[in-house]
Design a protein around this ligand. Structure first.
Ligand code: 3HC
Length: 284
């Protein structure tokens, strides 16, 4: 199957990035949200990214105008009736995702693919509520989507070879490198990344070093582009907590048990850059 048009549900950090990359790659995209204000915020994020890319000569005015013309928005999922594939990028809540997959399954054409950008929830559970489990998979992008080159394709129990092949072609057309992972919580990247981030929080709780020094240690000692606390703030503390909980729920390995400080910070609304404060202050 060849993908010609794409639907994205959710215009947050990830959904807006996925929509942006897809229109830049020539696809007609409809992005859906629950309320206009969420669409407006996502579109602002895309425009800001295009301004940066224009200023750096990575895109021309004509390319931005053509991309903008391919990007459509909706508050009504019924508009997805002609989509070849829909990428779900809503909040990391299993019940919400299951409800959405059930609905999308009734709207999409019979041959359309239905994929989730979830970072760690089981794809097989989403596939199981549809009548098209062989056409359901994970398609996990990384933040910032316009920059990060990786996509994880997650093969659920019943995902067909044809679906995986179509997703590999799609990833290549988006200028991403795809890897294929089994449907186990965290897939490849978060299975490795989450214990690292949680260990940094535990180290900070124990007073081993300041957060600034832990960040500097990993940047300068190992060449990571961001230290763990800068990355936690960048990814979002809530997103990190959901991912950790999902993996811990599945394997009960203490490495994935969220530290108390992470829980408290999320409860207090200290979510990182997106809320203005996390481990660091972004108010300025
Ligand atoms: N749109 C377009 N371009 C962007 C951009 C955006 N949203 N964000 C950054 N860029 C560009 C910049 O313009 C710059 O371009 P240049 O090289 O031509 O100058 C380039 O990316 C580098 O950006 P900066 O100079 O502003 O800053 P950095 O050099 O620190 O790079 C970064 C920023 C790319 C975010 C880098 O710090 C990085 O790679 N950090 C780690 C990010 C990471 O690990 N992401 C994965 C998180 S895990 C995840 O997402 C999974 C989830 O499930 C939890």
């Amino acid at each position: 199957m060849t993908i010609q048009n794409i639907g994205v549900v959710g215009c947050g950090l990830m959904g807006s990035g996925i929509a942006q990359v897809a229109v830049q790659s020539g696809y007609d995209v409809i992005v859906a949200e629950a309320a206009q204000e969420f669409l407006d915020r996502g579109l602002q994020r895309i425009e800001a990214s295009w301004s940066t890319m224009l200023a750096k000569g990575k895109l021309s005015e004509a390319e931005v105008a053509a991309s903008r013309a391919r990007l459509h928005t909706t508050l009504n999922l019924a508009d997805f009736a002609d989509r070849d594939i829909v990428v779900e990028a809503i909040i990391e809540n299993k019940e919400e995702k299951i409800k959405l997959f059930r609905t999308l399954d009734t709207i999409l054409p019979a041959n359309a693919l239905l994929v989730s950008n979830t970072s760690s929830l089981p794809i097989t559970e989403l596939a199981a509520v549809t009548r098209r489990p062989s056409q359901v998979a994970g398609l996990h992008f990384f933040n910032p989507v316009p920059v990060m080159k990786l996509v994880e394709i997650v093969r659920a129990l019943e995902t067909s070879d044809a679906t995986v092949a179509t997703l590999k072609d799609l990833a290549a057309s988006l200028d991403k490198t795809a890897i294929v992972a089994k449907d186990t919580a965290g897939f490849v990247v978060n299975f490795l990344l989450i214990p690292y981030l949680l260990s940094a929080i535990r180290m900070y709780e124990q007073g081993t070093a300041t957060k600034e020094d832990i960040d500097a240690a990993m940047r300068l000692g190992t060449g990571y582009p961001m230290g763990p606390f800068t990355l936690l703030d960048y990814v979002g503390l809530d997103t990190t907590l959901y991912a950790a909980e999902a993996i811990y729920d599945e394997n009960r390995d203490p490495m994935y048990q969220p530290p108390v400080l992470l829980r408290r910070m999320v409860t207090a609304g200290l979510l990182g850059r997106k809320s203005g404060r996390g481990f660091y202050d972004y108010a300025k």
